[in-house]
Design a protein. Structure first.
Length: 555
């Protein structure tokens, strides 16, 4: 009613906000402008009103306020303008702050507001040096026409606790010497503490940690690197450099002149091709002239077109490189050893066989004249021919052993069921002689050298038949299982077996168990293991005297 009276008395009411309760019980928020209505005689006869419904805006503001109060940050805005009639040494800008969420701000950064408002207490809580920096940063933003700026500062709450805060500010020009600012301030104390702990860790690790902002330029080398080191003390332990006349980064760059052009090329390609990171190795000489190998692992974060942030970790791999050198030397020695073994194989197949052929030839000629030989001479002749035959078997065995890796065929899908069938056909006569039974489980198809797989199984099954017990029929069982993606094949027999301590010795060249009494060269099992190893597998054995043995092939 006061508005009506005022209008009738000639008053004008502009931007007047009020609430209206509808008949349904709802509340509407309205904005009105009310003016007196005059007749031709300039007498007030009523009023005219223009009203806007602000209900939706009020609801949005309430929701925004709720969000702001629940957020873990301080929201503020400010009107900044150049002071008029100020002293020469006086700060030139005048700030008028407004806080958006004081209750949330008090939770984030509690201050004493008994005799002043929150904003004043908050500004006074900043460390003086950080407050000066904040004024310089904002002033530069105003004078350079920037649309935003970021500031980090320290302040103490009402309990004396130190806080780190980060301020992200948007700047909107309103006219000459006048700006509107909107700021969001977050507490980054935990992050700063974590950075401190990380720094302590970096100081103790054996690596060089750095980051850089890289920008394209119009002049060669067309990329400008602004690098900073995170852990110089630790870096000096990794790569000691002379920093009496320069900083560590500059000394480090100079220490790798030989490799630097290639390093620049690698990093440039990684940045321009949009790679997420790159790895490279390079050499450096420390202040004492000692050569170091370093490996650099870098991660790239695009900032904007032609601008990147790169974080790198360099580790000393000198020991690794030296180990690689020793490994290469050992590899060359092994290659020479293999070449010597091939020379031996050539000698064994030609030079050693020739005398044996002559022994067999002349021994055969003497055997055809056995009527003219005495009983003792015939005995000597038989032993000589038997020794020559055994020597021939040994040479053939060594030749096969030496050619497993050098004369093997390429791997191809090989059905082991077909391999076993062929082996049993070859051993059919011996199986019949020993009265043996051979049980075979379904076997897989593997990538292998088929001929070598046949040789392996023929040796293992042949051994089971050879070393059978005379008092019991020979039984051989070939089993299969798949274990963690590997093929496990077992060959089990009920033969004479062997002691557990002999489980490795039986795979050595020319090693035969004492007292076995069976013929053989002592090379067969060594050949089997070498075939298994060529196929990336293993061959092991377990046994019990008088019970039997089990050979386990894993591929």
């Amino acid at each position: 009613m006061n508005i009506v009276k005022g209008v009738l008395n000639g008053q004008e009411f502009t931007n007047f906000e009020w609430k209206y309760h509808t008949p349904g019980g709802d509340i509407r928020y309205l904005l009105s402008n009310v003016f007196p209505l005059r007749n031709s005689e300039d007498r007030i006869v009523g009023g005219v009103s223009a009203t806007i419904d602000l209900t939706e805006r009020h609801l949005v503001e309430e929701r925004l306020q709720s969000v702001l109060e629940g957020a873990r940050c301080i929201f503020w805005d400010a009107l900044v303008q150049v002071k008029e009639n100020r002293d020469v040494n006086e700060y030139k800008y005048e700030w008028t702050y407004r806080l958006w969420n004081e209750s949330a701000a008090q939770q984030i950064f509690p201050v004493d507001t008994a005799d002043r408002d929150y904003v004043t207490a908050w500004l006074d809580a900043r460390l003086p040096a950080d407050g000066d920096v904040a004024r310089i940063i904002s002033m530069e933003a105003f004078e350079q026409g920037r649309s935003n700026y970021i500031n980090e500062f320290r302040c103490r709450d009402r309990y004396g606790e130190m806080h780190w805060q980060r301020e992200d500010v948007q700047v909107k020009p309103l006219g000459p010497g006048k700006w509107q600012l909107i700021g969001v301030c977050t507490d980054m104390t935990a992050r700063k503490e974590a950075e401190g702990r990380l720094y302590s860790v970096l100081m103790g690790v054996r690596c060089i940690v750095w980051d850089a902002v890289v920008e394209e330029t119009d002049e060669a080398p067309y990329l400008h690197w602004a690098m900073q080191l995170w852990n110089e003390a630790a870096a000096q332990q990794v790569l000691p450099l002379d920093t009496t006349r320069t900083d560590y980064i500059s000394a480090w760059m100079k220490s790798r002149d030989d490799d630097q052009p290639q390093l620049d090329k690698n990093s440039s390609l990684a940045l321009r091709w949009g790679l997420p990171g790159y790895t490279q190795e390079f050499r450096c000489r420390d202040r004492f002239g000692v050569l170091h190998w370093l490996q650099e692992d870098a991660r790239v974060q695009p900032l904007e077109r032609g601008r990147w942030r790169v974080i790198g970790v360099c580790t000393d791999i000198t020991a690794h490189k030296e180990a690689e050198g020793r490994l290469q030397s050992l590899t060359k020695d092994l290659e020479r050893s293999n070449a010597s073994l091939q020379d031996f194989a050539s000698i064994a197949s030609h030079d050693l066989k020739e005398p044996l052929r002559k022994i067999h030839t002349f021994g055969g000629m003497l055997a055809r004249k056995e009527d003219s030989l005495s009983e003792e001479a015939r005995g000597y002749l038989e032993r000589m021919l038997a020794a020559a035959t055994r020597m021939q078997s040994l040479i053939d065995g060594l030749l096969s052993y030496s050619r497993i890796t050098t004369r093997g065929n390429a791997f191809a899908p090989t059905d082991l069921n077909e391999v076993i069938k062929g082996v049993l056909v070859d051993l059919e006569v011996r199986i019949q002689e020993t009265g043996a039974t051979v049980q075979v489980s379904p076997l897989p198809t593997v990538m292998a050298d088929g001929l070598q797989m046949r040789q392996l199984f023929q040796n293992l099954i042949g051994n089971a038949l050879k070393f059978h017990r005379d008092d019991e029929p020979c039984r051989v069982c070939i089993g299969y299982a798949s274990l963690e993606g590997r093929h496990v094949i077992t060959i089990t027999d009920n033969g004479i077996g062997f002691a557990a301590k002999e489980a490795e010795r039986i795979f050595e060249v020319f090693e035969r168990l004492d007292g076995s009494g069976r013929e053989g060269t002592g090379i067969g099992l060594a050949i089997c293991r070498r075939i298994a190893e060529r196929h990336g597998g293993t061959l092991t054995a377990t046994g019990t005297p008088g019970v039997g043995a089990t050979f386990t092939l894993t591929l």
